[in-house]
Design a protein around this ligand. Structure first.
Ligand SMILES: C[S@@+](CC[C@H](N)C(=O)[O-])C[C@H]1O[C@@H](n2cnc3c(N)ncnc32)[C@H](O)[C@@H]1O
Length: 228
């Protein structure tokens, strides 16, 4: 049966069976742990239920081996962290590190965020969202696979709270400049759009360290969701 869904901000006809298949693949559980979140179609996660004692909420997209979120979680015990990562081996390593440090303010979702993202959470959920060194897809014909595409600012706008912050980093100049251009095009929704070649007082990720060792120039972009 074919249904009309409000999918990715457009009304499109998607076969219900295909949508349900995509959802299953995107959210397929690859391993179990008490830190694992499960999300059902049509039942977005409510962060105040997940972290009843936390004051702010932070989302990391593509958390890799988890080193950034873990250091931030140690520094900010009153913040609840959600890590979204598709590779189970990286999540297993993150889980091992979290257990070693007895951290209680991190949960993760083993999911593909290019297929679904807004569907996982309630609107205006996060105070901060980090997209640190996403896969750059450098070839022109592969740009369509980039996470930060034309539609991405709408997803950020949906997920961030009013005044919430978005952080992006990449050593790929073309990708970073397209992110800045795209945010500026959306200046009605984002303000204080800035970039720098240094980022102070922020943990250094695995990939970032690799690029710093190669003496690569890194773009650090920041934007704030307009205060409504
Ligand atoms: C280049 S690595 C960067 C990892 C980490 N942020 C860092 O700075 O070291 C990109 C990460 O994003 C994850 N990733 C890429 N696309 C994803 C997607 N669509 N859904 C979930 N995770 C994704 C990859 O598995 C990988 O761990």
């Amino acid at each position: 049966m074919s249904c009309c869904f409000y999918f990715r901000y457009n009304f499109v006809f998607v076969d219900e069976k295909i949508l349900s298949k995509l959802w299953k693949i995107a959210t397929k559980k690859n391993f179990s742990s008490q830190l694992f979140l499960e999300v059902q179609w049509g039942q977005p996660l409510n962060l105040t239920k997940i972290f009843p004692d936390k004051e702010t909420f932070f989302l990391e997209l593509g958390s890799g081996w988890g080193e950034v979120a873990i250091q931030l979680a140690i520094q900010k015990p009153k913040t609840g962290f959600i890590l979204l990562e598709k590779k189970p081996d990286r999540l297993k390593e993150t889980f091992r590190k979290i257990q070693k440090r007895n951290l209680t303010n991190i949960r993760f979702l083993n999911a593909n965020f290019n297929w679904f993202l807004e569907e996982f959470f309630e609107p205006n959920s996060f105070h901060e969202i980090l997209l640190n060194f996403p896969d750059p897809w450098p070839k022109n014909k592969h740009h369509k696979h980039r996470t930060f595409n034309e539609e991405f600012p709408k997803k950020l706008f949906y997920l961030l709270k009013s005044g919430g912050l978005f952080y992006f980093a990449s050593d790929h100049g073309g990708y970073a400049r397209s992110v800045i251009r795209n945010l500026r095009r959306n200046s009605k929704f984002f303000e204080k759009i800035s970039y720098s070649f240094q980022r102070e007082n922020f943990p250094i990720s695995h990939y970032e360290q690799k690029k710093l060792n190669e003496k690569k120039c890194i773009y650090y972009v920041e934007a704030q969701k307009s205060i409504l």
